[in-house]
Ligand binder design. Sequence first.
Ligand code: PRP
Ligand code: ZN
Length: 286
Amino acid sequence: MNNRLKIAIQKSGRLSEQSKKLLRDCGIRFSNGKQALIASSGNFPLDLLYLRDDDIPRYVEDGTADIGILGENVLIESALPLRTVRKLGFARCRLSLAIPKSENYNDPAFFEGRKIATSYPKILTNFLNDKGINANIHRISGSVEIAPNIGLADAVCDIVSSGSTLFSNGLKEVERILESEAILIARDRLPAEKEVILESLLFRLESVLQAQANKYVVLNAPNDKLESISNILPGMRSPTVVPLAEKGWSALHSVLPENLFWNLIDELRQAGAEGILVMPIEKMIR
Ligand code: PRP
Ligand code: ZN
């Protein structure tokens, strides 16, 4: 019974497609949960439970699932003592306070005595307590952003990602309460057999996430420039250098963090690199 790990992921919503893609990139095959609430992988000891994201912390806590992928915002709101195993780098968003565009706003005192609609009453309460503000928190579980338009609230506290939901409801973001992204969570103590499966899943996750964060770079350079170029592009251990057919020239292969890409490309060109190719990496094991 303990020889499979159960992972809860969002059935539909902002995280669901990327959660499934991440597991598939890890080489795990499963059916996609359009109808069924549970799917079993045939090539990895993992069962998937498709759930509402807000329910995931409770199900991981009570053992219905062992691990889960959800927004950090949902975990914090749950206030359950679960372990964050790995930040996953997608579904970045923030929890913000927003008010109708036409209102003037200076500072959080705006919210004194106002009615705020939210699905995040605990986080919002903490924020308001910190600022010493008394407001009337109205808890609703979906479509929070329409509350001001139908006269249900003066403001909302909700997730903002692209900002288009706020925009199309005539609202403006005035305070950012917290930043969030997708995370992998687990119950504090899993049976040893399940920890072993989690470890092997984490090994695969790491290689996929590392690969996404890096690029494979190939460039040509005159041999006398190779050393200074290698210093800019240290790679995993050191760059690979292979001679070109043209005498005095070499090709250098290396790996570059995605977030440094544009800065380093300028440096490389100044150092004498040319014919620079940058390619995605599928898996990366350090
Ligand atoms: C949030 C929020 C908005 C939307 C904002 O829902 O409630 O509906 O995302 O995104 P945008 O700024 O790109 O328009 P979320 O998917 O977090 O969750 P829910 O459906 O579980 O409430
Ligand atoms: Zn939700």
